[in-house]
Each structure stands twice: as structure tokens, then as C-alpha cells.
Write a protein that binds this ligand. Structure first.
Ligand code: NAD
Ligand code: UDP
Ligand code: UDP
Length: 380
């Protein structure tokens, strides 16, 4: 039996996801790497509410203390500033491994954002004089390359370390992989058995290939060392606490419409994505962790929208007068993306519940507060 099963038994606290009648479920000790980020912080809320003890491990590269601050007084909550690229010693029952910097690809379209991200990098690497030496060459590009490298290292070395940790302590390990492992897919919608169409040397490769390697490492530790693992392939997700300036399409459109700036549509806007509300994703991740199947599982909302259709929903939600501005698209941008979630439906009993029309307003009120401050919300 795998170490995890030996310690907890299959049904003692819920491999089935259910607590046997009359038995009080004992709280688990759980690490969430990247728990100060967008998805991680919502997951932490659910785990704490369930009665578990949670340790968040985060280097605040793209995450924020504000996302988890409401738990600071809770004795079942701990926050550790740590880079998962460095080894980590802890004793826990489950590891949700989410740590991964948000996609840097779009920064090149926005020099201001690149500079902001560069400032973050300087403070993050204050002692790295070699890196600071690169400043005079080209702030934008040295910043960008650095981020690509950081992302790759986190995905590969960070995942290796967390798997090493899981192996040593017999914890169950869940990897949050991504729909990007399918690359620019030649199969539509994407089923888990599809191997993908990824450019190994493109601008997006640090993310796509980094996550593909992370999946490989996860399966190697499962097959080679008997580590209990779970793999989720997450499709585009949105919701409150999303990074306002990370350049992703939903956060861009919402922030732009709120600020009365034109919404930037890349390319002809006919490329498609499927947008999942964050609470649906968190439910899927927890079912996957508690269930008996390794995966990989697609976790996403099959509702498919072109970027122009998304812009229309944002107009309807925020401002019917909001304008659209076309910009050139990034290299290797996937044309279509939509999950086939049959496997998650059948084996996890999971499917998303929140439509874009229902979820978007929840994100908008959070963005409104963060952009304008609380006092303006009532006025708008
Ligand atoms: P996010 O940027 O909000 O969260 C990631 C967190 O990881 C941040 O708090 C960041 O500070 C932390 N982090 C980054 N590098 C780290 C390191 N080396 N050590 C410790 N912490 C580190 O992003 P998110 O949207 O919440 O994504 C969470 C996970 O889900 C990621 O693994 C991401 O690849 C995956 N995912 C997200 C989406 C989406 O649409 N949001 C889609 C596919 C996959
Ligand atoms: N590791 C860790 N915490 C642990 C155990 C391992 O961070 O509790 C790291 C360790 O530093 C190593 C990686 O995980 O870099 C892989 O560990 P493993 O034991 O599988 O490989 P080895 O150390 O034998 O190369
Ligand atoms: N996109 C856009 N305008 C923006 C940001 C993104 O039209 O301001 C497009 C982008 O070209 C891509 C889609 O929106 O086709 C989704 O981009 P995002 O970065 O959100 O997610 P991913 O490409 O990782 O799926």
C-alpha cells in the first residue's frame, strides 16, 4: 500500500470525499504552495473552513499577503515566505502544489507593466549583483528573460523538491498543471489522452514545457517511488483576487472597462477560450485530491467564447460604452481551447456550476474595490 493509504486508510477521512456517519473527521495538515496567489488563496479558504490546518508556502512573486491576511489570527493557519526552488522540510498529510509565477508573456505589449514587473524582480533579487548588472543593457528584455527562467525553474526544480518532500513524509501530492500542455491544439475539444502540439523553443515554452516536465516528474515519482499523486490540467480561470495587471484577458478587459480605457483585443479576437469561475476550480481540485484517481483531469468550464464575445459580456456587465482596441497577437497564441470534462464528470462527479454571466460580476466588484478603494464602490 502507498504510504499515504497506510497512514490514513482509504475511507478514514475521505478518500471517498465523505466522512462516515457518526465519525468526526480529523483535521489534516496541508501545505499549499503558491497559497498567497489567486487560486491558492481561495483553496486555503475552503480548507480552513473544512477544519484543516494549512501551511501556505509562497515567495510572493505574483501572490499577495492581502489574499490570506484574514487567516492570520487563526492558529490553524501558517504562512512561510519560501521559494520552492530551495528544499523544504515539513511534516504534512497533503501537498497542493500551485506555486508558479503568472504568465509573463504579455508584458512585452505594455512597457509600463514590464517596468513594474522589473521593479518586483529587483526587490526579489536584491542581492543578485550579476542580475542587477543587466539593468543597463535593457530593462525590459533582461526583466522578461529573467522571468521566463524563474518560471521554468519553479516548474521543474520546485516540483522536484515538493515531490521529494512528498516521498520523504508519505504525503499525497497534487500538481496544478495547465491546459497549455496541449499547446496550440490540433484536437478540439481537448481530451486528457491528447498529447498536445507544443513548440519547445517558443516564447511560451517556459510555461508549456515547464508544466509538461512537472507532469512527467509527478508520474516518475508515482511509478518509481510510490508517491500518491494527482494531476489537474486547469483551463483559464477567473475570479476575485486575480492579479489586476498580469496581462491575462479577463483581468485586462475588466480593469480596462472599469478605468474607462479601451479593451485590448489581440489579433482578430476570434480565438477562443473557456472561462471557469474560481470556486468551481477549487471544488474540482479538492475532489481530485480526496478521490482515488491519479488523473490527469481537465478542470475547466466547457462554455467557449471568442475574445470579442468576452468583450461583449464585459460591456454588458460593466459599461455598454466600453471601447475595443485591436493589438497584434503574441507568437504561438493557441487559436482554440475548450476542455472535454467527461472524465472529471464520470470519475470525480464534478462539473462547473457558475456561468461567465454569473461569475463576472463577482470579480468586477472585487476589482472595483481594489482599483478605486472601498468608498467609491457605492458611487459606481
Ligand atoms: P498566481 O500567480 O496568482 O499564484 C501563484 C502563486 O505562486 C503566487 O502566490 C506566487 O507568488 C507563488 N510562487 C511563484 N513562484 C514561486 C516559487 N518559486 N516559490 C514559492 N511560491 C511561488 O496564479 P494562479 O492563477 O493562482 O495559479 C495557480 C496555479 O494554477 C499555477 O500553478 C498555475 O500554473 C495554475 N493554473 C492557473 C490557471 C488560471 O487560469 N489561473 C490556468 C492554468 C493553470
Ligand atoms: N526535498 C525537499 N524536502 C524533503 C525531501 C526532499 O525539499 O523533505 C528535495 C531535495 O532537496 C531534492 C528533491 O527534493 O532536491 C528530490 O528529493 P529526492 O529524495 O527524491 O532525491 P535526492 O535528494 O535523492 O536527489
Ligand atoms: N488577449 C487579448 N487581450 C488581452 C489579453 C489577452 O485579446 O488584453 C487574448 C490572448 O491573445 C489569448 C486570450 O486572450 O488569445 C487568452 O489570453 P490569456 O493570457 O488570458 O490566457 P492564455 O493565453 O494563457 O490562455
Amino acid at each position: 500500500k502507498p504510504a499515504y493509504e497506510r497512514r490514513f486508510g482509504l475511507n478514514s477521512w475521505g478518500s471517498s470525499g465523505k466522512v462516515p456517519l457518526g465519525l468526526k473527521r480529523k483535521g489534516l495538515r496541508i501545505v499549499v504552495t503558491g497559497g498567497a496567489g489567486f487560486v491558492g488563496s481561495h483553496l486555503v479558504d475552503r480548507l480552513i473552513a473544512r477544519g484543516d490546518s494549512v501551511i501556505v508556502v509562497d515567495n510572493f512573486f505574483t501572490g499577495r499577503k492581502e489574499n490570506v491576511m484574514h487567516h492570520f489570527r487563526n492558529p490553524r493557519f501558517e504562512l512561510i515566505r519560501h521559494d520552492v526552488v530551495e528544499p523544504l522540510l515539513l511534516e504534512v498529510d497533503q501537498i497542493y502544489h500551485l506555486a508558479c509565477p503568472a504568465s509573463p508573456v504579455h508584458y512585452k505589449f505594455n512597457p509600463v507593466k514590464t517596468i513594474i514587473s522589473f521593479a518586483t524582480i529587483i526587490s526579489f533579487n536584491w542581492s543578485n549583483s550579476h542580475f542587477l548588472g543587466g539593468y543597463s543593457i535593457s530593462a525590459n528584455w533582461s526583466g522578461l528573460n529573467f522571468e521566463f527562467l524563474e518560471m521554468h525553474k519553479t516548474n521543474v526544480v520546485g516540483t522536484l523538491n515538493m515531490l521529494g518532500l512528498a516521498k520523504r513524509i508519505g504525503a499525497r501530492f497534487l500538481l496544478t498543471s495547465t491546459s497549455e500542455v496541449y499547446g496550440d491544439p490540433l484536437q478540439h475539444p481537448q481530451v486528457e489522452t491528447y498529447w498536445g502540439n507544443v513548440n519547445p523553443i517558443g516564447v511560451r515554452s517556459c510555461y508549456d514545457e515547464g508544466k509538461r516536465t512537472a507532469e512527467t516528474l509527478t508520474m516518475d515519482y508515482h511509478r518509481g517511488a510510490g508517491v500518491e499523486v494527482r494531476i489537474a490540467r486547469i483551463f483559464n480561470t477567473y475570479g476575485p483576487r486575480m492579479c489586476i495587471d498580469d496581462g491575462r484577458v479577463v483581468s485586462n478587459f475588466v480593469a480596462q472597462a472599469l478605468r474607462k480605457e479601451p479593451m485590448t483585443v489581440y489579433g482578430d479576437g476570434k480565438q477562443t477560450r473557456s472561462f471557469q469561475y474560481v470556486s468551481d476550480l477549487v471544488e474540482g481540485l479538492m475532489r481530485l485530491m480526496e478521490g482515488e484517481h491519479v488523473g490527469p483531469f481537465n478542470l475547466g468550464n466547457p462554455g467557449e467564447f471568442t475574445m470579442l464575445e468576452l468583450a461583449k459580456v464585459v460591456q454588458e456587465t460593466i459599461d455598454p460604452e466600453a471601447k475595443i482596441e485591436y493589438r497584434p497577437n503574441t507568437e504561438d497564441d493557441p487559436h482554440k481551447r475548450k476542455p472535454d470534462i467527461t472524465k472529471a464528470k464520470d470519475l470525480l462527479g464534478w462539473q462547473p456550476k457558475v456561468s461567465l454571466q454569473k461569475g463576472l460580476p463577482l470579480m468586477v466588484s472585487d476589482f472595483r474595490k481594489r482599483i478605486f478603494g472601498d468608498h467609491n464602490e457605492a458611487d459606481s
